[in-house]
Design a protein around this ligand. Structure first.
Ligand SMILES: *Cc1c(COP(=O)(O)O)cnc(C)c1O
Length: 467
């Protein structure tokens, strides 16, 4: 028996009232941020290119160099429905692993939509409402982002249209129904309702879709709407990562309650928002030189290994090449990952700030295949009682591996990981795992080689140019 405390709850009046912007810390550490580029001219993007897609307040946050951004009261009022979220010590998992490590996790599955995504959905819906937007168009992979934006749109009186990656649309009918319950219109992507979708269907009528394709469809709807419809992105962009830092700001205060400070901070990465949200308040200390030994570990699927196998390059954020060129680790914007169950991690690129931190050695990355991820998820469920989202289970795998390594080295190690969501809508994935039907899909080198050939030839300072 151990009587070690397990829950570290922040009082409600300690909900963070400002988001942390990592960009000034990155610049102060001597890392030159690279601007997004216009897809046609390859010149740095000016705010007017983004104006058809996003309200001005979000564009200003996208390029902000202020270290803190105040959270409006209307957003805090909604955050208070489930925030501050819990930080727990996984004592029962530690025991099962017989590890000398102490494992803490920050749990975002307590939000109404079941993941971290409402942290930014609420903010984006609010700023759109203030700017007079009538309707939001977006994409969703596993359905988590669409669920969050459907809820947020309803809260602020906006209509919502969601292009849902077809593989997930077919695997996860309950996610679709969840979105429809909040009044959203859900369309499987690629769809014949947009030029971008039609082009894909003509080339491949059986396309299972991808986040890159669904983004193109939603962007097209907003860009051709004449202003009434705006686009909303659930990850990758600076302002999205900014909104997610409530996670790490709370976690920092909660770690102080534990008396421990983390040796390693772990999270799963699709576009990078939940992990950046947890990690950046800690990363700011590392970049300032205060915690040079604090490690950061990003985890990703072997079927879509952007950080571990991708190249740092300027590439399109979307398959249809409608959005700006972004400096990031990419597998190529035409890469369509195998339909693994971690739908939220099936994105060909990563957020620019996270990519820079990996490139400059402030963050490590590791890729796992599906069955190893679900082994970890089930071990976590058996000990801690929470069935993780397949995406989050990548972070669980990373944390368990760190704990085993610490045990074998006879080290104490304080591990903090982000449990970005629950898997209550992912029972098909667990059924496949439990019945031995989960294929061990890795990316295929020939697919990546083919899609990398479509990455535009735009030089990145400090990177070799293509032969
Ligand atoms: C969307 C999603 C992710 C991946 O997106 P990021 O922007 O990388 O956080 C991870 N976990 C869950 C539960 C998700 O819904």
């Amino acid at each position: 028996m151990t009587d070690a405390p397990i829950r570290f709850d922040l009082p409600h009046d300690q909900l963070p009232t400002a988001w942390l912007n990592i960009m000034p810390s990155i610049a102060q550490a001597g890392i030159q941020p690279l601007p997004p580029l216009h897809p046609g001219t390859h010149e740095p993007v000016t705010p007017d290119l983004l104006a058809p897609l996003f309200p001005e307040a979000l564009i200003l946050q996208e390029v902000s160099t202020d270290p803190w951004v105040d959270i409006p009261g209307e957003i805090l009022d909604v955050y208070r429905l489930w925030r501050p979220s819990p930080l727990q010590r996984a004592v029962r998992l530690e025991k099962a692993l017989q590890t000398t490590a102490r494992i803490y996790y920050k749990y975002e599955g307590v939000s109404p939509a079941g993941s971290h995504k409402p942290n930014t959905a609420i903010a984006q819906a609010f700023y759109n409402k203030v700017a007079g937007t009538k309707r939001l168009a977006t994409e969703t992979g596993a359905g988590q982002w669409g669920s969050a934006l459907a809820m947020a749109s309803k809260f602020f009186g906006l209509d919502c249209q969601v292009f849902m990656v077809k593989a997930s649309y077919e695997q996860k009918p309950y996610r679709r129904i969840f979105m429809e319950t909040f009044g959203a219109e859900v369309v499987p992507s690629p769809s014949p309702t947009t030029q971008a979708g039609k082009a894909i269907l003509e080339a491949d009528p059986d396309s299972t879709g991808s986040l890159g394709i669904a983004i193109s469809e939603a962007v097209e709807v907003a860009a051709t709407s004449g202003g009434a419809i705006k686009y909303s992105l659930g990850s990758v962009l600076n302002h999205v990562l900014l909104h997610q830092t409530v996670i790490g700001l709370e976690a920092k205060a909660q770690m102080e309650l534990t008396g421990d400070s983390p040796d390693v901070v772990i999270g799963c990465v699709g576009g990078g928002s939940n992990y950046a949200g947890l990690a950046y308040p800690f990363m700011a200390d590392r970049l300032a030189g205060a915690t040079p030994d604090l490690r950061f570990l990003a985890t990703e699927p072997a079927a879509c290994p952007t950080l571990t196998e991708g190249r740092f390059a300027y590439d399109f954020a979307d398959t249809g090449q409608m959005g700006p060129l972004i400096p990031m680790y990419t597998l190529g914007h035409t890469f369509v990952p195998a339909p693994v169950h971690a739908g939220g991690l099936r994105y060909h690129g990563d957020s620019p700030s996270l990519s820079l931190l990996v490139k400059h050695g402030h963050m490590e990355a590791v890729a796992f295949s599906q069955n190893a991820v679900f082994d970890a998820a089930v071990q976590f469920a058996h000990t801690e009682g929470i069935v993780p989202a397949p995406e989050s289970a990548h972070a669980v795998r990373g944390a368990i591996d760190e704990a085993i390594e610490a045990r074998d080295a006879g080290e104490e190690r304080v591990i903090l990981f982000g449990l970005s969501g629950h898997g209550a809508f992912d029972m098909q994935a667990y059924d496949d795992y439990l019945n031995g039907r989960l294929p061990e899909v890795e990316y295929r080198q020939e697919d990546v080689t083919a899609s990398m050939a479509n990455v535009p030839d735009v030089p990145v300072p400090g990177e070799p140019t293509r032969a």
